[in-house]
Design a protein around this ligand. Structure first.
Ligand SMILES: Cc1cc2nc3c(=O)[nH]c(=O)nc-3n(C[C@H](O)[C@H](O)[C@H](O)COP(=O)(O)OP(=O)(O)OC[C@H]3O[C@@H](n4cnc5c(N)ncnc54)[C@H](O)[C@@H]3O)c2cc1C
Ligand code: FES
Length: 281
């Protein structure tokens, strides 16, 4: 049983203590990114756009986006890019190995507010990973939304993520797949930047919500493109991934001025970020 804190409020132990999760599936999506499906002791009960703190005992802990939409079971899907010490070790794990999971953390996307609107998803590289947690529930109830468009960009065909999903989503939504260059593999999508289609895309700014996930530099150019199409800033959502350690507003690693991105973010409405705009440069 959990002991009450001195304030009388019982802390949620799933936010502070890692739960053991067993790896059910692991496979390469690209040379750097690996897909993991793990089983938790109980359902995660997350919202699209939230993240977990993923750990390996004795090695470390890192924020990792939840990549599957909300579901009733205990399954959690993630994509991990090999970046350093922890993610390097995670890439060596196999089916049956164990990881620790704290969370879910963060605000997530206000899915209920999206109903009835045209949705324009723009993903750059690894940004497709958190966006998938939103795209899955939206497509599962596509009749609740207007036109659905996904523009996603990768450096090269070899870096494309979730290729099968993108093909399947293309049956329900307009999916535009772009790469910067095609030297590595044959390519059946477009060549260019995610900003390129914005100028000519059929789009009603009053009905459109734009949801952006990718590297901060992408946001600046996509928002310029959306400005040119008169999409209001309160119709634009950005996913701001800052350095994070605790996930619970204690360590200050994610703090920009008075805002703790781990709690109020990583998803923000662009019109509301004010001083956080420095995070986009
Ligand atoms: C909210 C959030 C969601 C994320 N989701 C994912 C995800 O779904 N998949 C994924 O692969 N990565 C994701 N990241 C980035 C991931 O947390 C880092 O790659 C990870 O912390 C690196 O840990 P490491 O011990 O392997 O690297 P380290 O050995 O600590 O560092 C190696 C390199 O990674 C960089 N790095 C360290 N911490 C971070 C960080 N928090 N963010 C960005 N770069 C960092 C360092 O500058 C260094 O260049 C997310 C980050 C945040 C904040
Ligand atoms: S990650 Fe520690 S305060 Fe946000």
């Amino acid at each position: 049983m959990t002991a009450p804190s001195t304030s009388g409020i019982v802390p949620d132990p799933t936010l502070y203590l890692p739960r053991p999760a067993r790896i059910l599936e692991v496979r390469d999506l690209t040379a750097r990114e690996r897909f993991f499906r793990v089983a938790l002791p109980e359902p995660l009960q997350h919202r699209p756009g939230q993240f977990v703190m993923l750990s390996r005992p004795g090695i470390g802990e890192a924020p990792i986006s939840i990549s599957n939409g909300p579901r009733g079971d205990n399954i959690l899907e993630m994509v991990i890019r090999k970046a350093g010490s922890l993610t390097g070790v995670l890439h060596t794990l196999k089916v049956g190995d164990w990881v620790g999971v704290r969370g879910p953390f963060g605000s997530g996307f206000p899915l209920a507010e999206f109903q009835g609107m045209d949705l324009l998803f723009v993903a750059g590289g690894l940004g497709l990973v958190p966006l998938r947690s939103l795209i899955q529930p939206v497509l599962a109830e596509a009749h609740r939304y207007g036109t659905l468009t996904l523009i996603c960009g990768f450096r090269s065909p070899a870096e494309e993520l979730y290729r099968e999903d993108l093909q399947a989503w293309g049956r329900q939504a307009r999916v535009l797949r772009l790469v910067n260059e095609t030297a590595s593999l044959p390519w059946d999508g477009g060549i260019g930047l995610v900003t390129d289609p914005l100028a000519t895309l059929p789009l009603d700014p009053a009905r459109t919500l734009a949801i952006l996930c990718g590297p901060p530099v992408m946001y600046k150019f996509v928002i310029t493109g959306l400005d040119a199409r008169n999409v209001p800033h309160d119709h634009i959502f950005v996913d701001l991934e800052r350095r994070m350690k605790c996930g619970v507003g204690k360590c200050g690693h994610c703090q920009i001025n008075q805002v703790y991105c781990c709690q109020e973010g990583p998803v923000f409405r662009f019109s509301a970020i004010g001083p956080l705009r420095e995070a986009l440069s």
